[in-house]
Design a protein around this ligand. Structure first.
Ligand SMILES: Cc1cc2nc3c(=O)[nH]c(=O)nc-3n(C[C@H](O)[C@H](O)[C@H](O)COP(=O)(O)OP(=O)(O)OC[C@H]3O[C@@H](n4cnc5c(N)ncnc54)[C@H](O)[C@@H]3O)c2cc1C
Ligand SMILES: *[C@@H]1O[C@H](CO)[C@@H](O)[C@H](O)[C@H]1NC(C)=O
Ligand SMILES: *[C@@H]1O[C@H](CO)[C@@H](O)[C@H](O)[C@H]1NC(C)=O
Ligand SMILES: *[C@@H]1O[C@H](CO)[C@@H](O)[C@H](O)[C@H]1NC(C)=O
Ligand SMILES: *[C@@H]1O[C@H](CO)[C@@H](O)[C@H](O)[C@H]1NC(C)=O
Length: 606
């Protein structure tokens, strides 16, 4: 039977692939000759930068240049297929950063360094992330406002979240919290049976199922994702492709900005390297830096904006003495592997079967549309704020990396010994629940290693330096353990995998004690890839702030930062959605327009 339809299946896939190739939207708009001057220059076409370039070029008499270090995302299947994300790690589309060796964490990682993928392509990191779409808690933004970010309270930012969205979950679309017709598609992400099993277990344990982008995020949440018709909906797809033909928008790819030209305390233009050639392009109104939480601070420092002593060390003339690169914050995750007598998780065999390929290419459905994360849960620790402000998030994983895949892709940068242990112990976990630290107390920094713009900066997150961060992660593990004990999961034979074989470094400690988990966490807890706050926003007189609440760099005219680096503090959710919101809100500030008056009116009581 297999023989009779295999060749047909292969033929169908080939025809569809050919059809897709012939019909791929063209990149001709990326090769228009550049002008010498623009009204605005946006540096970086990532989650935020793509939004800003789109919105500024809505004004037809305004000229905009968007500069991106990476290339086009078109024609690369791993960018289309949600489940392809891991194959993009450590490729030309990834900046592939590694942190400095860590003292309090990452002990089982190569040289104790954490691996930080970052997108280097149109769409930036929205093109290699896991597509989880969570805005954050309303209290995150209310706290920003309280700490001096005027105009950034929840009631101020909600209209921009709504403006951005084309929301596709019928269940919640009319709740008042969601938008239709925006550029960014957000859809329900469910491929396996695991989501509903986790939901039933969570409900049994007393968690309500909620819309975590709605009124109250505490509880179990069906994952919402930046996926449209089974395709990754990066900001390149969402915000750039539909408007690329605009005459007043130029996009320069494969162009690394090496410096912002500053004259008389004003941004006058940029220097960039394209095709091995140095170019200067001047600006009439503003330079907008949207290069992300690593590259934005690096570029500012290379341009003479940063901690004075640090810049002087590299003989960089100082234009503004600001705490650029400080206040680095990041989320961390630690997975609890669970054995269960079910095989719902997606593995490599399922992901590459002919049936899966056909389902994907014919209908845009099936395993390949999985973002790996189909559900999440928000709660709070014993020290947390019980009035609806979470400090623990659980991520429920729906894929399963066998040891060969772990070795090949090594997303956690495990050292050789740990990889060997993983292979030897051959953990057959059919489920993984991950405890996530969402309000870290530890603070890190990004500093220059040299004045060569092509050198990676020194990234030191100081992970888990504050003991409280470990305690919260342990409490998250306890929440996950309680789910394992529910009748729902018991029915599937769920039990925790014994971790001694995986992590012999901790096996001398009493199993399941807090000290045991602390040991595991300090060895193997890893980044959720959410660095923020390295060009922190704050009041004009706030010594920790790099930009004011209009996102203007303090002391330099015509220069803003618009990306995840301006976040006052890291929000409670995964940070792509708030990066897009920041792009939307900043665009109104720059244009001097209020495009959300009607949405604000409708949402004023939410
Ligand atoms: C593996 C992974 C998984 C993730 N999963 C999720 C998730 O599921 N959900 C979620 O919400 N978040 C997730 N994130 C995080 C999220 O995607 C990012 O925080 C977000 O995309 C950041 O947006 P940004 O605009 O600040 O920066 P970016 O999107 O990184 O954009 C910066 C852009 O600037 C360009 N650039 C940098 N320097 C220069 C220069 N000198 N000259 C020209 N261009 C330059 C870069 O190439 C890039 O395109 C994940 C991140 C990673 C790495
Ligand atoms: C580029 O320059 C040409 C010639 O001056 C002008 O017509 C065009 O509008 C400019 N385009 C942009 C995007 O600045
Ligand atoms: C797993 O489930 C199958 C089918 O439900 C059952 O036959 C088998 O005994 C179970 N095995 C274990 C170890 O529980
Ligand atoms: C808890 O959250 C409420 C609501 O935002 C806030 O008023 C209160 O100050 C918070 N308490 C603490 C200890 O953070
Ligand atoms: C892993 O790789 C080894 C050697 O390449 C191979 O023999 C084995 O079948 C692979 N295991 C899986 C689960 O694919």
């Amino acid at each position: 039977m297999c023989f009779s339809w295999m060749p047909i299946a292969v033929l169908v896939v080939a025809v569809i692939a050919g059809y897709m190739y012939l019909n791929k939207p063209s990149d001709i708009y990326l090769s228009r000759p550049l002008n010498s001057t623009y009204d605005y220059i946006v540096v970086g076409a990532g989650s935020a930068g793509a939004v800003v370039a789109n919105r500024l070029s809505e004004d037809k008499d305004t000229s905009v240049l968007l500069v991106e270090a990476g290339g086009s995302e078109l024609g690369i299947l791993e960018f289309e297929i949600p489940a392809g994300f891991i194959a993009l790690h450590r490729t030309e589309h990834d900046w592939e950063y590694y942190t400095e060796p860590q003292k309090y964490s990452s002990q089982s990682m190569k040289e104790k360094r954490s691996y930080w993928p970052r997108g280097r392509v149109l769409g930036g990191t929205s093109n290699l992330n896991n597509m989880v779409y969570i805005r954050g808690s309303r209290h995150d933004f209310d706290h920003w406002e309280k700490e001096g970010c005027n105009g950034w309270s929840y009631k101020d930012v909600l209209p921009y979240f709504i403006k951005a969205e084309d929301f596709q979950m019928d269940e919640y679309v009319d709740s008042g919290y969601h938008g239709k017709g925006g550029y960014q598609t957000v859809s329900e992400s469910q491929v396996t049976e695991l989501r509903d099993i986790y939901m039933a277990a969570s409900e049994e344990a007393g968690y309500k199922t909620v819309d975590c982008n709605g009124e109250n995020m505490i509880g179990f949440c069906k994952m919402q994702s930046s996926i449209r018709n089974g395709q990754r909906w990066s900001t390149a797809k969402a915000y750039l492709r539909p408007v690329m033909e605009r005459e007043n928008l130029h996009i320069s790819i494969n162009s690394v900005v090496t410096k912002i030209i500053i004259e008389n305390k004003k941004a006058a233009g940029i220097e960039m390297i394209k095709d091995g050639m140095k170019k200067r392009i001047m600006v009439k109104k503003e330079v907008i830096v949207s290069a992300g939480s690593v590259n934005s601070p690096q570029l500012l420092m290379l341009s003479g904006i940063g901690p004075k002593q640090h810049l002087e060390q590299f003989k960089i003339p100082v234009h503004a003495d600001l705490p650029v690169g400080s206040n680095l914050q990041d989320h961390m995750i630690y997975g609890l592997p669970i054995y269960a007598n079910v095989s719902y998780a997606i593995d490599i065999t399922k992901a590459t079967s002919i049936k899966t390929l056909l389902q994907y290419f014919l209908f845009g459905k099936g395993y390949l549309t999985s973002s790996a994360l189909e559900a999440t849960l928000y709660t709070h620790s014993s020290k947390g704020n019980t009035s609806f402000y979470p400090d623990i998030q659980l991520h429920f994983l729906s894929i399963r990396l066998d040891s060969n895949m772990t070795k090949k892709y090594n997303p956690s940068n495990m050292d050789d010994e740990s990889i060997e242990n993983a292979i030897k112990s051959n953990i057959d976990s059919s489920m993984v629940i991950m405890s996530t630290l969402i309000h870290p107390k530890s603070r890190g920094e990004i500093r220059l290693k040299s004045r060569d713009p092509f050198d990676h900066p020194a990234i030191d997150p100081h992970y888990l330096e504050q003991k409280e961060d470990v305690n919260v992660l342990i409490e998250g593990i306890r929440v996950a353990q309680n789910l394992v004990k529910t009748k729902v999961l018991e029915k599937f034979g769920a039990k925790e995998v014994n971790l001694n074989a995986l992590n012999p470094k901790c096996s001398h400690i009493e199993y399941d004690s807090d000290a045991f988990w602390e040991c595991g966490i300090r060895n193997a807890a890893q980044t959720v890839y959410h660095p923020t706050s390295t060009c922190r926003m704050g009041a004009a007189n706030d010594p920790t702030a790099v930009v004011d609440s209009q996102l203007r760099v303090k002391g330099i005219a015509g220069l803003r930062v618009v990306d995840a680096s301006v976040m006052r503090n890291i929000p409670s959710g995964n940070i792509n959605a708030p990066s897009i919101m920041i792009g939307e809100k900043a665009s109104d500030m720059i244009r001097g327009k209020d495009t959300v008056a009607d949405i604000r009116e409708k949402t004023k009581n939410l």
